[in-house]
Write a protein of this length. Sequence first.
Length: 81
Amino acid sequence: TVKCVRNKPAYFAERLYKSMKGLGTDDNTLIRVMVSRSEIDMLDIRREFLTMYGKSLYSFIKGDCSGDYRKVLLRLCGGED
C-alpha cells in the first residue's frame, strides 16, 4: 500500500496497534509483524508507536498478552521506551 511505502515504521505501528486494541487479539498479525520486523526496524516501529498512541509498544503488549506468549513478544519488542 502507499501508506507502507511512505513510512514503514508508522504502517507497522498501526498494524500492531490494531491487532491488540479492543476485545481479543489478532494473533496472526501480531506474531507476523513482531517476528518479521524484530531484527529490521523494531526500534523505529517502537518510536513511531509511542508517538502515534502515547503508550509504548512494550506496555501495550504487556497489558494485552500473558504467559510465555507475552514473554516471547516482549523479547522480540526489545525493551521499554
